[in-house]
Design a protein around this ligand. Structure first.
Ligand code: ADP
Ligand code: MG
Length: 464
């Protein structure tokens, strides 16, 4: 008979799979999730079995966030997810509790998810010291360091924004870790989604008072991914009050987001002005030298050393963001035989190219539509509708502009794609956006995020 634990694990996984199936395209779901299973749930860590190294990495880079979200929906106390290669033949047979330790002989890398602190929710691996500083992030790093030294008095709130995989989450944890190490204060890291789901379940169970007491007891509150607060009215209101309460008691609040406050759609004005009320700093993609330093650092953290040529060729081949850089490094380390690694740039290129070919995907019109509608929180269909509502008109113009700029389509053919609109409408849209760019409005940042996201697609993200 299955134990309660096993049943629980199976149920959780069943829920997660059902939701993942809805959230992803059929092909993605089929390719990546079919051969996975939840091996164990213990101490808040979900261990997921994946069939091979490639799938492990793919899950880590592409689906980690989604999985964590879905797992937390199914079992609240899950803090982290670990992917372990497991080539067991039978899915069913292995669904009893298997040892949750990774079989390290197949992975020459240490476990990438060290123990998350239960009290603070902080990952000890992310520190200010392990954050490599270069021109793209030195300001934000300096500001973060200053925050830890002058809590609540210097930059409050501190708001960090920047594209995917550039180190925002790392910095939030680093601030938290630095404070928790030196001072005996109550520090807490959470994502905005966690805040929202906690609040919603407090409403449901009529425990809002307890929720409030808890969130208002922190000396330092770090909230990640606040762009997801957009459109969630009740949670925004609650966050607004939480903020005021903490702020008035001189507690430090730090936010991170993939875009600046003024570009978060459907954000209440009063919350926006709170976000903007302290220090706002952005992180840009790293330059070559910084990438190189990061590669050397990360290799060292994993107990390996790379010769200069190997490191340089990785840095040359991967430029978009740091998460990808780590992915590429993992790939190189996984294939290397021992800990001192010396590869020619040709070998590195081939290694990285092999993987890229698998997933190389050129940005399509559909990607643009998908990406723009997600960014502005609209249904895709709205972009094609006749409506002239301002909240749709501008995103539509942005989509047209991107179709022109990224895909180099002609004005008439873009018109055709947008439900047969006239080419002059498309020209007008492109001119409008160009004007906004010239007058350095918020569009510059919006486009930057959109371009970043599209690049992710190019890397072979979701096959939409
Ligand atoms: P974001 O939250 O902006 O999407 P993360 O903070 O999750 O990005 O960073 C992605 C990965 O890149 C993490 O493993 C992080 O440690 C690493 N990273 C990002 N920036 C740096 C940096 N400046 N130095 C070292 N590692 C970094
Ligand atoms: Mg993040």
């Amino acid at each position: 008979m299955p134990s309660i634990d096993t049943m629980n694990t199976q149920n959780v996984w069943k829920n997660v799979l059902e939701e993942a199936e809805q959230a992803l395209s059929r092909a993605s779901f089929h390719t990546w999730f079919r051969k996975t299973e939840l091996a164990s749930l213990s101490d808040g860590i979900a261990t997921i079995h994946v069939p091979n190294e490639f799938s492990k990495e793919w899950m880590e880079t592409k689906y980690r966030h989604l999985l964590l979200k879905l797992l937390r929906n199914a079992a609240e106390d899950i803090r982290d997810v670990v992917f372990v290669i497991h080539s067991g033949e039978s899915k069913q047979k292995t669904s009893h509790r298997t040892a949750s330790l990774p079989d390290t002989h197949t992975i020459p890398l240490p476990l990438t998810t060290p123990r998350i602190n239960r009290e603070t929710n902080l990952n000890p691996r992310y520190t200010l010291e392990s954050f490599v500083v270069g021109p793209s992030n030195e300001l934000v790093h300096a500001a973060a360091t200053a925050v830890t030294k002058q809590l609540a008095t210097l930059y409050n709130p501190f708001f960090v924004w920047g594209g995917v995989g550039l180190g925002k989450t790392h910095l939030l944890h680093a601030i938290g870790n630095a404070i928790a190490k030196e001072k005996n204060l109550k520090v807490r890291y959470i994502t905005s989604e966690k805040f929202t789901s906690d609040f919603v379940s407090a409403l449901r169970t009529r425990t809002v008072e307890t929720f409030r007491e808890r969130y208002r007891s922190y000396d330092v509150l770090l909230i990640d991914d606040v762009q997801f607060m957009g459109g969630k009215e009740k949670s925004q209101e609650e966050l607004f009050h939480t903020f005021n309460e903490l702020y008035s008691q001189e507690r430090q609040i730090v936010f991170a987001s993939d875009r600046p406050p003024r570009s978060i759609p459907e954000l209440e004005e009063r919350l926006r002005s709170r976000f903007e009320g302290g220090m706002i700093a952005d992180i840009q993609p790293p330059d070559f030298e910084t990438r190189l330093a990061i590669i050397h650092n990360k290799a060292k953290e994993r107990g390996c050393s790379l010769d200069e040529e190997t490191a340089r060729s990785i840095a040359e081949n991967v430029h978009r963001n740091i998460r990808e850089l780590e992915g590429a490094l993992n790939r190189v380390l996984a294939e290397a035989k021992d800990s001192a690694i010396r590869l020619s740039s040709r070998q590195v290129r081939r290694m990285l190219a092999n993987n890229n070919n698998d997933s190389q995907h050129k940005v399509t019109f559909k990607d643009i539509v998908h990406c723009v509608s997600r960014y502005y929180d609209l249904e895709e269909k709205a972009l094609f509708d006749k409506t002239r509502r301002q909240e749709v008109v501008r995103p539509r113009q942005v989509a047209m502009y991107l179709a022109r700029e990224v895909l180099k389509l002609s004005f008439p053919s873009i018109g055709v794609k947008f439900s047969g609109r006239d080419h002059t409408t498309v020209m007008h849209a492109c001119t409008r956006i160009q004007e906004e760019i010239n007058s350095s409005g918020p569009i510059t940042e919006e486009l930057q995020t959109l371009h970043n996201t599209l690049r992710e697609y190019e890397e072979g993200g979701e096959d939409v």
